[in-house]
Design a protein around this ligand. Structure first.
Ligand SMILES: [Zn+2]
Length: 70
């Protein structure tokens, strides 16, 4: 089983939080607000230890390394 590098407890999974931020622009068109349709979502993912809540990884590559997946 995998071990948390911070608290040293054995873990079989990580918790994750995915924050999606939509960034675009808004202007005026015919007297009304017009939103830019081509907004680009910025996605921020954090993987944390279920035991101590330490932030352990920011990518699946790091998650695989912690959980021992090849
Ligand atoms: Zn931990």
């Amino acid at each position: 089983m995998a071990q948390c590098p911070q608290c040293r407890k054995e873990i079989d999974h990580l918790d994750y939080v995915e924050e999606r931020t939509n960034v675009g622009s808004v202007g005026v068109e015919d007297g009304r607000l017009a939103y830019d349709e081509e907004s680009t979502p910025e996605i921020d993912v954090k993987y944390t230890c279920p035991e101590c809540a330490s932030n352990l990884a920011e990518s699946e590559v790091e998650v695989k390394a912690i959980l021992g997946v090849e």
